[in-house]
Ligand binder design. Structure first.
Ligand code: PLP
Length: 366
């Protein structure tokens, strides 16, 4: 840190992304990416003709991609904004809708970036503890007393609320913005999208990093009433009007045009999730009922940090969080059936070897 960094950021802990190992090949189950390639149309769209247009700025209104996304969801393009990953749009939400009169409200066990955004963007926070079984007590959010940011399914627990609960939350918070972060909704949870038309204070946040196999393209979008989208665009045009690059815009459009491929990939993940979840349960793991593309699991036979470290030695990378409430758990991305079998094989070896290793490296909640 230099002497020039504003005192505002004294003590700020930035977000720690999951490892992206270079060099050694791992069975990579640590950052909830899809194990499948993008839709074939995406690969075609990113051909030479697209690359030749890189001398021009992308459309700052992202008209074509926005229209395609809106059509796929049955909403109007005016209800959609694209972001450089949903992280960027989440940051705009903290910037636009959180202040002393409307603190950011989020759970203690949630996507780790919420806390970082609040701190970095000067938003006061109200942190609501999850229940002992990691469930959400909806009454504690009715009212929330600020701008609510709720991941549904939650990360890293994978647990999801039904749309009736989201509706109850919206009804109890008519004077505050409610952001439902649906990064993982397409893997089996109920979406709040049908509530957009009726609730002008709702923002549904989506990403193409998970279910659309496009983590590398950095594409997210938000769906909301026109005035809220206008607010988010105010943030965007005050920061980076060309926030989504031309190649990613083409990728977004091509991806949403291939519904069949999307369904196939998401279906495979749901099937593999069931198989892996059952297999881990048989090995003594405690699991939440995850509706996301990851499992949140507590090995019965050793600590979460130790299990993470042993797996890594064997070439399998999962995610471990140091936060006390969940340090006994690991988060395991659902990959292909072969990748999950590799995880199970490595786990069987660890169980057979018994004993205990030094607690593994761990990082703050993602
Ligand atoms: C709950 C949640 N929201 C948002 C994101 C950010 O996704 P993106 O890749 O679109 O920035 C993540 C990424 O892991 C996430 O887990």
């Amino acid at each position: 840190m230099s002497e020039f960094l504003s005192r505002r950021f004294d003590g700020m802990k930035p977000y720690a992304p999951g490892e992206q190992p270079q060099g050694r090949e791992y069975v990579k189950l640590n950052t909830n990416e899809s194990p499948y390639p993008p839709a074939p149309g995406v690969i075609d769209a990113l051909g030479r003709a697209a690359a030749e247009r890189l001398n021009l700025y992308p459309d700052p209104k992202a008209r074509s991609a926005r229209a395609a996304i809106a059509a796929s969801l049955g909403v109007r393009p005016e209800n959609v904004i694209l972001g450089n990953g949903s992280d960027e749009l989440l940051a705009f939400c903290f910037q636009a809708f959180c202040d002393a009169g409307a603190p950011a409200v989020y759970h203690d066990i949630a996507y780790g970036f919420y806390k970082v955004f609040a701190r970095a963007l000067g938003a006061p926070s109200r942190v609501v503890p999850l229940e002992s079984d990691f469930g959400v007590d909806v009454d504690k959010l009715c009212p929330a007393g600020g701008t609510l940011v709720l991941a549904n399914p939650n990360a890293p627990t994978g647990l999801a609320l039904p749309i009736s609960a989201i509706e109850a939350i919206l009804r109890a918070n008519p004077r505050n913005v409610v952001v439902i972060d649906e990064a993982y909704a397409e893997f089996g949870a109920e979406s709040a999208l049908p509530l957009i038309a009726e609730h002008g204070n709702l923002i549904v946040m989506r990403t193409m990093s998970k279910s659309r196999n496009l983590a590398g393209a950095r594409l997210g979008y938000a769906v909301a009433s026109e005035p809220l989208i206008a607010d988010l665009n105010r943030m965007r045009f005050s920061f980076n009007p060309y926030n989504v690059n031309a190649l990613s815009l083409l990728a977004a459009e091509a991806s949403v045009r291939d519904e069949a491929y999307f369904r196939q990939c998401v279906g495979s993940i749901a099937k593999t999730r069931r198989f892996a979840s059952d297999a881990l349960q048989r090995r003594g793991f405690e699991l939440t009922r995850s509706l996301a593309n990851f499992l949140f699991a507590r090995p019965g036979f050793m600590g979460g940090g130790e299990y993470y470290a042993r797996l890594k030695e064997k070439g399998v990378l999962v995610r471990h969080f140091a936060d006390e409430r969940i340090s006994g758990h690991v988060r395991i991305t659902v990959g292909t059936a072969e990748q999950m079998q590799a995880l199970l094989d490595a786990t069987d070896e660890i169980i057979a070897a018994g004993g205990s290793a030094a607690a593994g490296e761990s990082i703050a909640l993602e």
